[in-house]
Design a protein. Structure first.
Length: 321
């Protein structure tokens, strides 16, 4: 019996060390992802996270774990690319369905926007303006899509062009929509990132668009990072995945975003909706949170914005002040 307890303790220690290393590498990791990597149940992972939090090694947040302290730091690209891959795919599929033939859009840097770009290759007559090498690469062989890259200095950690060159190249640009991602999203501050140069370029991208669509999986909900990119009142629509049942804070954040006037579209296989037929056809499943009233204003000088053509507006709805 004593031996069993000792062996169990060793396994728990190794498991917790793996969890700690994942959080240190990624900045924020969901319980779902931790359970998948360490090959155990979410109940066990939740117990391990509580133990690590008691030691001051990490903080629990919205169904996951983050580094201690108020802000989540940026993780490396390889870690970001491997995190929440199924969720990013569902988000990208729905985002691509909003884009129309002949449209001009801007697409920011990020692993989710890279997934979006792969799906935009099938939209004829599309013009995509981007500061992301990965977005441009995904569209390089799409002969019906025109890709316009900003200038700037290469930021190797996310393969994006930043700096004054990138910002200057966006002056005078007007497009219908901007698709942006980031490191964190809260109802209080909106979308944020942990790098000042990246944040500055994202702000230039959003100023070029009549509408801003934020792509953020549930692990970003409630995370707060250093530099604000898109204030909540400038976010037209959020596309995210269904938070796990235990992620009460993430669910509350979605409600709060809708209260601020953001149209929230929840996608993914876990969404409780009457979309079985769509699943069987291979379509992305989504639940749109209801919107009782349209956004009162768009970006300064660009007028109001309207829901995308052909989209069902029955989401968890904005109630603008």
């Amino acid at each position: 019996m004593v031996v069993g307890v000792t062996v169990g303790s060793v396994f728990a220690a190794e498991r917790r060390q793996m969890i700690l290393e994942m959080v240190r590498a990624n900045g924020a990791v969901s319980l779902r992802e931790l359970a998948r990597v360490v090959q155990t149940s979410e109940v066990t992972v939740r117990r391990d996270v509580r133990a690590l939090e008691a030691e001051g090694l990490l903080d629990r947040r919205h169904g996951g774990a983050v580094l201690p302290g108020g802000f989540t730091r940026e993780s490396g690209f390889p870690q970001r690319a491997m995190a929440a891959t199924a969720e990013k795919t569902a988000i990208a599929e729905h985002a691509a369905s909003l884009v129309r033939e002949g449209e001009a859009i801007v697409v920011g840097a990020g692993t989710t926007t890279q997934e979006l770009a792969r799906r935009l290759a099938r939209v004829p007559g599309l013009t995509v303006v981007t500061n992301s090498l990965l977005v441009a690469q995904a569209l390089a062989h799409a002969n019906r899509v025109e890709v316009v890259m900003t200038g700037g200095t290469l930021r190797g950690s996310n393969y994006a062009l930043v700096g004054s060159g990138a910002e200057q190249s966006l002056l005078g640009l007007r497009v219908s929509r901007a698709f942006l991602s980031g490191s964190g999203l809260t109802a209080d501050r909106g979308l944020s990132t942990s790098n000042m140069l990246a944040a500055s370029v994202d702000r230039a991208l959003l100023r070029a668009a009549a509408e801003v669509v934020v792509l953020a999986d549930h692990t970003k909900l409630g995370a707060d990072t250093a530099f604000q990119t898109v204030p909540t009142d400038l976010i037209t629509q959020l596309i995210t995945d269904q938070p796990p049942p235990e992620a009460e804070k993430a669910s509350a954040e979605l409600e709060a975003l809708a209260e601020q006037g953001v149209r929230v579209s929840v996608v993914g296989a876990g969404v409780p909706s009457a979309a079985k037929a769509a699943t069987e056809r291979g379509d992305p499943v989504r639940r749109d949170l209801p919107l009782p009233s349209p956004r009162a204003t768009g970006h300064p000088g660009l007028g109001g914005s309207t829901p995308p053509m052909g989209q069902r507006v029955s989401d968890l709805a904005p109630r603008r002040r």
